[in-house]
Design a protein around this ligand. Structure first.
Ligand SMILES: [Zn+2]
Ligand SMILES: [Zn+2]
Length: 343
């Protein structure tokens, strides 16, 4: 089977021929149909973050495909079922985080495409308990971006406790932001979308955003305040300046939810304003299996639209360049045999 492998940080990925991986106890082997490109994969390939993966490794945590073989002890998944293999590859199931519904904070978790090989391959392994069944009617190419971009923004809105009649600011309308706009609308909120290209602002408008803010020409904080200030703001753009701008547009009691992970960056939080205005700054990382099940259910019910562009896995290096240069409208999905079919 073919896989796109990071052999050295910062170097182009290498397409390699590898033997099919053998599922161990509790694992399944998945024949990957579609695999999304998340910015995190680029950080992984560049070794950008303090905790680094160990080359050689296969990135990718939006892999979706069909179960091809089940390992010992796997009873709830069967060959032929479509599953998604998210960032949360496995968690311990016993710690305080796992037991309190916060498995995404488990300190013993293994992350797909980071701590173990991921979805940039024709075949991959998954821990069966953490592989998410994809409902009937959801295609592999749609399921892929939902597996990280979808669940991450859906969870961030839950963390912000968004309610109808609130103003929600979505800073950055890309792979994550285009889904965040839709989830905020489903939650009943008024949505202000912020970006720096006409194309992305137009996409946000098409997906239901009520207010568009062009950060190139408009003062983001002042614009949000003109509308009363945001009850919640999701920072999805990989730019510390964008975090600060949207933080300045919170209303009293508002919440900034930090989601994007710039390689380097510190947010200057003004103490006086934060204390007086009672605002919060919260970090939010991916979501749980239940969150992902809800994301898939919403899509199966026809309530969300995934904007993607499919490419072959051999285009992995150009695709990374295009993402880094902001040339991609929403999400690149590598087509590994889905052929764009709807099921
Ligand atoms: Zn991701
Ligand atoms: Zn745990």
């Amino acid at each position: 089977m073919k896989a796109a492998v990071v052999r050295e940080f910062g170097q182009p990925l290498v397409i390699e021929e590898r033997p099919d991986p053998e599922p161990g106890p509790g694992q399944v082997r998945v024949r990957v149909e579609a695999s999304g490109l998340c910015h995190t994969d680029i950080h992984a390939a560049h070794g950008d973050w303090p905790v680094k993966p160990a080359p050689p490794f296969v990135p990718g945590h939006e892999g979706v495909g069909l179960v091809e073989e089940t390992g010992e002890g796997v009873t709830h998944l069967a060959v032929g079922q479509r599953v998604a293999v998210p960032w949360l590859g496995r968690a311990c199931g016993r710690c305080e985080h796992c037991l309190s519904g916060w498995e995404s904070l488990c300190e013993s978790q293994v992350n797909t495409g980071y701590g173990c090989d991921g979805g940039y391959a024709e075949k991959m392994l998954a821990w069966a308990d953490f592989a998410q069944l994809v409902p009937e009617g959801v295609s592999a190419v749609d399921a892929a971006p939902l597996t990280c971009a979808g669940v991450t923004t859906y969870k961030a809105l839950k963390v912000a406790d968004v309610r109808p009649a609130q103003l929600v600011a979505i800073s950055g309308v890309g792979g994550l932001g285009h889904l965040a706009v839709q989830y905020a609308k489903i939650a009943g909120a008024t949505v202000a979308a912020i970006d720096v290209t006409d194309e992305k602002l137009e996409l946000a408008r098409e997906l239901g955003a009520d207010i568009l803010i062009d950060a190139r020409t408009q003062d983001v904080g002042a614009e949000l305040k003109r509308h009363g200030g945001a009850h919640a703001a999701l920072a999805l753009a990989v730019s510390p300046a964008a975090f600060e701008a949207v933080n300045s547009g919170l209303r009293r009691g508002g919440k900034l939810v930090m989601v994007a992970l710039p390689a380097h960056g510190t947010l200057q939080v003004p103490i006086f304003d934060t204390v007086l205005n009672g605002t919060s700054v919260i970090g939010s990382i991916v979501g749980t299996r239940q969150d992902l099940a809800e994301v898939f259910q919403l899509h199966a019910d026809g309530r969300t639209k995934v904007i993607h562009e499919t490419r072959p896995l051999t285009a992995v290096n150009e695709s990374i360049d295009d993402v880094l240069h902001g040339k991609v409208k929403a999400r690149i999905v590598f087509d590994l045999g889905a052929g764009g079919r709807e099921r």
